[in-house]
Design a protein around this ligand. Structure first.
Ligand SMILES: O=P(O)(O)OC[C@@H](O)[C@@H](O)c1c[nH]c2ccccc12
Length: 268
């Protein structure tokens, strides 16, 4: 059912992720992982941080910590998650997003733990969630929010993963690419609706995606414009259609002065 909208890359990522979860859950079974998750420090309020920014008339920036990506290749080298986190925080970012997928994004659980320890910001684990085991694992890494990519999940899966996250007091960012997925996302409890400007088939970004979809997000939800934002003008384009929260990675990470680049987006 998902096949037509997904690129070969995405299909490969999801197949690999299934194998990864199988191996890792053999080492730490579900009940053990759940116990570790419930024993972890309390989560930081990810949704609240974005709401505060918007209430204060600022842009709610989720600033991404990402070494590489399938579309961008190696993005930042040397790559120091703790330094990056501190620079984003100094710029006025509301939250962080940290890639933990190793094979395709050169991410690692340690990147999330190091970034979170270096600042006070709530952190999204940016990875491909398909199994409740991973939600518990995310919490043990310190994650305060998980990503649910609706194109990669059935409604039953998305509901189950969201329930686990909510039971751990974590936020959920539901990611959509089209009207149908948006409709499905509105069936979840979460207020955070990510509109991904990246086309899952071509892997190209087009801000027209968010421009088309954000106006259909009901007022009680919080639209987050994701991917392909390169400058303050792009941020204003998103804000103009009603997305005052944004998720930005590659553009920021390619700048030598991260704080200045992130501040320019927050103050757009
Ligand atoms: O680096 P960009 O173009 O600013 O995009 C950030 C973020 O939206 C992107 O990394 C992303 C959005 N959804 C994802 C799902 C998986 C991996 C990565 C992503």
């Amino acid at each position: 059912m998902n096949a037509p909208v997904l690129s070969d890359t995405l299909l490969r990522i999801l197949a690999d992720k299934e194998a990864e979860v199988r191996t890792r859950s053999a080492a730490t079974p579900l009940d053990e992982m759940e116990r570790l998750a419930r024993d972890a420090d309390k989560p930081r309020d990810f949704t609240g941080a974005l709401c505060n920014a918007v209430a204060e008339g600022r842009i709610g920036l989720i600033a991404e910590v990402k070494r590489a990506s399938p579309s961008g290749g190696l993005i930042r080298d040397p790559f120091e998650p703790a330094t990056i986190a501190r620079e984003y925080e100094a710029a006025g970012a509301s939250c962080l997003s940290v890639l933990t997928d190793a094979p395709y994004f050169q991410g690692a659980p340690e990147h999330l733990a190091e970034a979170r320890k270096a600042c006070k910001l709530p952190v999204l684990r940016k990875d491909f969630m398909i199994d409740p085991w991973q939600v518990f694992e995310s919490r043990t890494m310190g994650a305060d929010c998980i990503l649910l990519i609706l194109a990669a999940l059935s409604d039953a899966q998305a509901n189950e993963l969201e329930d686990v996250a909510r039971s751990l007091d974590m936020s959920v960012l539901a990611e959509v690419h089209d009207e149908r997925e948006l409709e499905r996302a509105l069936g979840l409890n979460t207020r955070l609706i990510g509109i991904n400007n990246r086309n899952l088939r071509s892997l190209r970004t087009d801000l027209a995606t968010a421009e088309r979809l954000v106006p259909s997000v009901p007022a009680d939800r919080i639209p987050v414009a994701e991917s392909g934002l390169r400058n303050p003008e792009d941020v204003r384009r998103m804000a103009n259609v009603g997305a005052r929260c944004i998720l930005v990675g590659e553009h920021l990470l390619r700048q030598p002065d991260l704080t200045a680049a992130a501040r320019a987006m927050v103050e757009a």
